[in-house]
Design a binder for this molecule. Structure first.
Ligand SMILES: [Zn+2]
Length: 250
């Protein structure tokens, strides 16, 4: 899937990515930087940096890259295993978290942040029909989860918002973007959620790689041993094919 960008739109995206980066990492830097540096950074939550409300699919590194995205966790069993596979391969991923799961597994969230992986808001209730619900419902689903994730991480805010099942609305995209979370889509659904077998997951990803860089996996929602095994094989293979591991454009 490709997105046509006007020159003005592209400039907006670049500007947002740059300024958003500063703010999103501000919380991690608090307490480490100089007084002058801290003073230059708005306190998190008080001045959210707006990003584009358009759904992003592309890799911020450009070039031959993939964006590994992992949804529905964090899970106390499977997320640490997946983090180990990422680490073993020098890879990074974006974790789209359900708010209460983040709250229940704050140590795992902190490990994700310590590994320089990124956080994504995947709502409180994972309602895949939330696009049929009221604006107030959508807003609370997004912002309550953002708070839970930020609290669990020790202050690092999610950089993206992914609607469960892709049930975005123009309103929910605006709410997320206003709070510094870029709406995040995907190009390749590995179908790992349905546990079709390790080889089926691997073959789906290989076959659909031509569709774009953002690949969807899951670390929550049940036994994810197939996802774990598939990543163990796919990540080294991707490297041999010349792919690098990037993050989605903000
Ligand atoms: Zn999900």
């Amino acid at each position: 899937m490709t997105i046509a960008l006007t020159a003005a739109g592209l400039l907006t995206c670049l500007w947002s990515a740059h300024t958003g980066e500063t703010n999103r990492h501000a919380s991690a830097a608090i307490g480490k930087g100089s007084g002058a540096a801290r003073a230059a950074i708005p306190h998190r939550g008080t001045l959210p940096v707006k990003v584009s409300p358009e759904i992003t699919h592309t890799a911020e590194s450009g070039g031959k890259a993939v964006n590994i995205t992992i949804d529905d966790g964090p899970d106390p069993v499977w997320t640490p295993k997946i983090l180990q596979v990422l680490h073993d391969n020098g890879a990074h991923a974006t974790f789209c978290m359900i708010g209460p799961h983040a709250a229940e597994n704050s140590a795992v969230v902190k490990k994700i942040v310590a590994d320089d992986d990124r956080l994504c808001d995947h709502t409180v209730s994972h309602n895949m029909r939330m696009n049929h619900r009221s604006d107030a419902y959508q807003k609370s689903q997004i912002l309550d989860a953002e708070r839970m994730i930020q609290q669990a991480s020790g202050g690092v805010a999610p950089m993206y918002y992914r609607a469960p099942g892709g049930a975005f609305t123009p309103y929910s995209r605006q709410v997320a973007a206003t709070h510094g979370m870029r709406p995040l889509g995907w190009n390749i659904d590995s179908k790992d959620f349905y546990r079709p077998g390790v080889n089926a997951i691997i073959n789906t990803v290989k076959y659909e790689l031509r569709n774009g860089p953002t690949i969807l996996f899951h670390d929550g929602g049940g036994n994810r041993s197939q996802t774990y095994e598939a990543l163990k094989q796919l990540l080294p293979w991707l490297k041999t094919q010349g792919y690098t591991f990037s993050f989605p454009v903000r």
